[in-house]
Design a protein around this ligand. Structure first.
Ligand code: FAD
Length: 640
């Protein structure tokens, strides 16, 4: 008989990044007995890698900033595919969440007047990113962890037990959500170090598992990003929204090969860094698309003046939204004007008034990263950079206000959720998203629990099925090597579902994924010598993660084939234009077919029309670039 530990909570939060910790704090503040489950070590979630900052219209660096400007920028960045309600809540609530974080002990960089400093980032009209050097994510996690410890100390004073109402399960991976009928009743997990199984009984589960980057070969994402939350949601009967939108960050390291894909923060461009091709040309001036023509400088001189006098100059095109910059770099490399290792040059040399010392002060992590990993001194030499898979805009379809997914008892927040960022996320909007929607999901889950007439029970059959699935890789004698299958999956996604997509290649990808799916179902591992053969066993862990990467890859490829337009993080070579008709369509993925081997099924779902008062925040001419005639405000449509 397999030994299984059992624990009971009101709310289980899966993920200990910014979204998960903020959700857990909220659930605990609402009086709920809460568990935080994290497959990484506590304090090591992907969020710690976030460098540039958290976007919030506090108006510290430019008093003209406010939530309406932030909302407009976010919608433009997402090319109007965003859930406008999420973009509205985010723009309105982000400042409060940043001040709250400061109240909890975050040490943000300051302006000369002593306010929280805010820096420029692509697509943001004003300097808006609250930051801690280029280590903002680390400070966000440090602060929220500190808040959790403070709450645990309160619990100890009240109940004699630090973990009475808030417990962290680190290095514990959830492989299945459990259901009682149509509603969530818990989660099934294994402890990575021992391989022991744990059942968490809980009426509400918040997914905060981050992204999917490890399905691609070149990525800035950490090992945790295997699409677990996306897949857990699908398998539990929830839906994913617009999975075709995958952000390729324009600047990842391209050399040496062992570090290919590691992020070079956008702060480099926000702090005066410029992109050049092999001919020494600042090529971004050639790539300003029609929709952004009025907002970007046309000469290097104007672009450079903007850093000191943003009110009287237009911003340089290096600060266009990420999708535009990534495509431009891709085109330069394809045209033979790339750097020696297949990227372009990004340089801050001689660009900062304070010289080398200022570069090191403003970009300490980048200075360190290039020196250590590539033996490049960025105060003296340019960096070589190219696009890298960075962020997934698509994710669990949620109610904007509560984070509730389509399955009762399931909630999602942070990168795993969809809608907020439309077709392209603006830099800095994720960290604030984590705080705004983490809190909302924690509250949504708590209110859901309060409203339940009775707690659901965990059916034994659900647990048995989860155990059988988790142990299956040990049962397959002569099964395939999970590392080889993973490498092939990543190569397929990189080559055929990458930054530039075409119908034929997407069809090829779907066919290849179909074959890989059979191989994923046949990966096998040998037991190790300790803990029933399962004590810290990376091959087994990967075997289980592969199911998740397979499902999200299928979702991305199928949605990418379906959407016949180019928008944000989805570029179709064969449909290069944005289409106002397609903007009205959300692509929703669910699972269909045999439950033992389900496949992703797509549905088209109409986009909810934007509220009139929000539409009024835009110039008519701008709205006409994105919306169909019948979507325009009544007075505009009548005027023609
Ligand atoms: P994460 O922080 O990734 O947390 C996910 C958690 O879920 C982890 O604890 C993980 O262990 C856990 N988990 C996953 N699967 C399971 C499972 N099956 N069982 C149990 N636990 C599981 N955004 C910005 O706004 N500003 C920036 O400056 C910025 N810089 C970035 C720099 C880099 C290098 C990268 C890669 C991203 C950056 N981003 C930035 C994006 C941002 O960091 C992420 O989108 C964000 O941190 C995601 O947070 P999250 O809470 O959703 O997930």
């Amino acid at each position: 008989m397999t030994e299984i530990e059992r624990h009971s909570y009101d709310v289980v939060v899966i993920g200990a990044g910014g979204a998960g910790l903020r959700a857990a704090i909220e659930a605990r503040l609402q009086g709920k007995k809460t568990a935080i489950i994290s497959k990484s070590l506590f304090g090591k979630a992907h969020t710690v890698m976030a460098e540039g900052g958290a976007a919030a219209a506090m108006g510290n660096a430019n008093p003209n900033d406010n939530w309406m400007v932030h909302f407009r920028d976010t919608m433009r960045g997402g090319k109007f595919m965003n859930s406008w309600r999420m973009a509205e809540l985010h723009a309105k609530e982000a400042p409060e969440r940043i001040w709250e974080l400061e109240h909890w002990g975050a040490l943000f960089d300051r302006t000369k007047e002593g306010k929280i400093s805010q820096r420029n980032f692509g697509g943001h009209e004003y300097p808006r990113l609250a930051h801690v050097g280029d280590r903002t994510g680390l400070e966000l996690i440090r602060t929220t962890q500190q808040k959790i410890v403070a709450l645990q100390q309160e619990d100890r004073a009240e109940h004699g037990d630090y973990e009475a109402r808030l417990k962290v399960w680190a290095e514990t991976t959830v492989t299945r959500l459990l259901k009682d009928g149509d509603r969530i009743c818990g989660a099934f997990a294994y402890v990575r170090e021992t391989g022991k199984f744990v059942v968490f009984e809980a009426p509400a589960v918040v997914l905060a598992t981050g992204g999917i980057g490890k399905a691609f070969k070149v990525t800035s994402n950490s090992w945790e990003y295997t699409g677990d939350g996306h897949s857990l949601a699908l398998l539990a009967g929830a839906t994913l929204l617009n999975m075709e939108f995958v952000q390729f960050h324009p600047t990842g390291m391209v050399w040496p090969p062992s570090v290919k894909g590691i992020l070079v923060t956008e702060s480099v461009r926000g702090d005066r860094g410029v992109l050049k091709n092999s001919e020494g040309k600042r090529f971004m001036f050639d790539y300003v698309p029609e929709v952004f023509k009025n907002q970007y400088a046309t000469t290097e001189e104007e672009g450079d003046r903007w850093y000191d006098d943003p009110d009287n100059n237009k911003r340089p095109p290096e600060l266009l939204p990420r999708d535009e910059v990534a495509r431009a770099i891709n085109s330069e490399v394809k045209a033979g004007r790339g750097s020696p290792h297949g990227g372009v040059f990004l340089t801050v040399v001689d660009r900062m008034p304070g010289g080398a010392a200022e570069i090191v002060r403003r970009l300490p992590s980048m200075h360190h990263q290039f020196k250590e990993l590539a033996d490049v001194d960025i105060t003296k030499e340019p960096m070589e950079v190219g696009p890298t898979c960075h962020y997934v805009m698509g994710g669990v379809e949620v109610d904007p206000d509560t984070g509730a997914a389509k399955v009762p008892g399931l909630f999602a927040a942070g990168e795993v959720s969809g809608g907020m960022h439309g077709s392209n996320r603006l830099g800095g909007n994720s960290l604030s998203d984590l705080l705004v929607f983490g809190r909302r999901a924690g509250m949504g889950a708590s209110e859901y629990v309060d409203g339940l007439p009775a707690r659901p029970g965990v059916p034994e059959a659900e647990v048995e099925a989860a155990v059988t699935e988790a142990l299956a890789p040990f049962e397959r004698e002569g099964g395939e090597n999970p590392y080889a299958v993973h490498a092939e999956l990543q190569q397929t996604m990189n080559d055929l579902v990458g930054i530039i997509r075409k119908e034929g290649e997407l069809q090829q990808a779907i066919e290849a994924l179909g074959k890989l799916r059979e191989r994923v179902a046949n990966v096998g591992v040998e037991p190790v010598a300790v803990n029933d053969g399962r004590g810290y066993h990376p091959g087994w862990h990967l075997s289980l993660d592969l199911r998740n990467m397979m499902l999200v890859s299928e979702a991305v490829a199928k949605a990418a084939l379906e959407r016949q337009e180019s928008r944000g993080g989805h570029t179709r070579d064969d449909y290069p234009q944005m289409s106002a008709e397609w903007r009205k369509v959300n692509l929703v993925c669910g699972l269909a077919g045999d439950p033992s081997s389900p496949h992703v099924e797509l549905k088209r779902q109409p986009m909810v029309p934007m509220r009139e008062d929000l539409l009024q925040l835009f110039e008519t001419d701008e709205l006409k670039k994105y919306l169909t005639a019948e979507e325009l405000p009544a007075d505009v449509a009548a005027a023609g």
